[in-house]
Design a binder for this molecule. Structure first.
Ligand code: C2O
Ligand code: CU
Ligand code: CU
Length: 511
């Protein structure tokens, strides 16, 4: 061998040795990390604080017959764990979260949103069917000090909706700080059913969020770079309460479960695996009650369940590892194996009777996919949808008013994602080619996307059109949304062409 070649061999051997050492080290570290397991608070949570119930927002009816609410976004501080360490927070009308808005189908509502934060915000009505310029997305931002007063007529079935900020690129941070609340819609159909509906008594909001606290008590935002799904916390807040219990005084209690976390999925059930009645999903009651022992929710999703308790018992609501369908690495690093004690139900020794939950709930007319005007494919991968990242001045497509569309939404990049669309509630046609499970048989606005399991949905765009102001569709893992996994569509009249929205949000509202 000539000298230069010998040198080359030596160099190659050296490189190989380094690579080997790195690989083994990597495998060992990976193995260790996998073996270490995830977050597990089962049996470790002291249920010592009564569950906070967000107050119902006061409202008045103005001279035009509109129901008027006021909502003030502001910074705050809260001692979540009772140890004197204050966390910098934000909330509506308070330090953390916000009041529950409530309106009946058919009512016209006005919400005067005042921004007392030091930065721009917006308030989006998640799940609400309404005109795009009232939607509170990234185009309807409110400058500090300004007021925004959207108005619309509530026209959709009774449901558990929610509201939260949506300024482009800042949603995760603002929701994490505490800006979120519920919007309950009531209607005659729901009111005619024998269901628990006394707010705070046997009809209970359960807003679940995960947080990490620093030594000094601040929320921390460290993201796990292996899972790349965003911030996963090791402490649960339910309606802002750490270690919550609920005194139950009736045989049955309705829980409105809301996953208001920024990235985490939950698989809710009870410690004793009791069965409960699943009665509702994102957009309202299901056609039929489903008896089950688990309900899985990805960020943004809601479920209504009715739980039966026995006198004097304590029943713990738990979350066990959600089925992410994304492999062992995701199970370890994206929360697929994490377990949490969520909320303790403390049944009184004597319980007031509650009627049995009916099997049949509300009728649902199925959209006929064969009549779809358009079929679209939305592929979630990397930092975008269909290879494009969100751009404020680009309309991705236009849907025509009063038409039905079929969208095939697919996650092709191995990381957990989910799909949320504004303006309408959709029907799930299939998941991975199979007919949807009971939890996906009603109205939905958000659905989990396991890698390589296409979700086919049918949607119908009614009532509102506007060629210039877009609605959003996006991943509701908020870090993904903020990083550009979002797109914009407009609803147009037949034959109308889409306009062009501004690159920057117009400062909606006035001083
Ligand atoms: Cu709950 Cu576009 O968001
Ligand atoms: Cu939304
Ligand atoms: Cu995502």
């Amino acid at each position: 061998m000539t000298a230069p070649r010998r040198t080359l061999v030596r160099v190659l051997v050296g490189v190989l040795a380094v690579v080997l050492v790195l690989c083994c080290g990597g495998v060992a570290a990976g193995g260790w990390a996998l073996a270490r397991g995830g977050t597990d608070t089962v049996g470790e949570v002291d249920f010592v604080r009564p569950l906070a119930i967000p107050p119902l927002a006061a409202s008045r009816v103005d001279e035009r017959g509109r129901r008027v609410f006021d909502l003030l976004a502001r910074d705050g501080r809260r001692d979540f764990r009772g140890d004197g360490r204050l966390t910098r927070t934000a909330g509506f009308d308070g330090d953390f979260l916000g009041p529950t808005l409530r309106a009946r189908r058919g009512e016209q509502v006005v919400v005067n949103v005042v921004n007392r934060l030091a930065e721009e915000t917006s308030v989006h009505w998640h799940g609400m069917h309404l005109p795009a310029r009232m939607d509170g997305g990234p185009h309807q931002t409110i400058r500090p000090g300004a007021t925004w007063s959207p108005t619309w007529t509530v026209n959709q079935p009774a449901a558990t909706l929610w509201y939260h900020p949506h300024p482009h690129g800042e949603t995760e941070e603002q929701v994490l700080r505490g800006l979120a609340g519920l919007f309950l819609v009531d209607d005659d159909r729901e009111a005619a059913l024998p269901l628990p509906r006394r707010y705070g008594v046997d009809d209970i909001p359960v807003i679940v969020q995960d947080r990490n606290f620093s030594r000094s008590g601040e929320f921390t935002r460290t993201r796990n770079m292996i899972s790349s799904i965003g911030v996963l916390g090791d402490t649960l807040l339910v309606n802002g309460t750490v270690g919550p219990y609920l005194d139950v005084t009736t045989e049955r209690v309705r829980l409105r479960l809301v996953n208001a976390s920024t990235a985490r999925l939950y698989d809710f059930g009870f410690a004793d695996n009791r069965r409960f009645d699943l009665i509702g999903s994102d957009g309202g009651l299901l056609p039929r009650t489903a008896r089950t022992d688990r309900v899985q929710l990805s960020p943004g999703e809601r479920a209504e369940i009715v739980v039966t308790v026995r006198p004097g018992e304590r029943a713990a609501l738990r979350s066990t590892g959600p089925d992410l369908g994304a492999g062992a690495l995701a199970d370890r690093f994206a929360g697929g194996r994490d377990r949490f004690d969520v909320l303790q139900l403390r049944a009184a020794d004597t319980l007031a009777p509650s009627p049995a939950v009916p099997d049949t709930l509300v009728p649902l007319d199925r959209f006929d996919p064969a009549s779809a005007a358009t079929t679209r494919r939305l592929e979630f991968t990397g930092r975008g949808i269909n290879g494009r990242s969100m751009q404020m001045d680009r309309i991705d497509f236009a849907a025509t008013k009063d038409t039905t569309e079929v969208w095939e939404v697919v996650n092709t990049d191995g990381t957990p994602h989910n799909f949320h669309v504004h303006d309408v509630q959709f029907q799930v046609l299939s998941v991975g080619g199979e007919s949807p499970p009971p939890a996906l048989t009603g109205w939905k606005d958000t659905v989990y996307l396991a890698p390589e399991r296409p979700v086919r949905i049918a949607l119908r765009f009614t009532d509102h059109s506007d060629p210039d102001v877009p609605y959003m569709y996006h991943c509701h893992l908020l870090w993904h949304e903020d990083s550009g996994m979002m797109g914009q569509f407009v609803v147009v009249e037949p034959g109308q062409s889409p306009g062009r929205p501004p690159a920057r949000a117009g400062h909606g509202g006035h001083d």
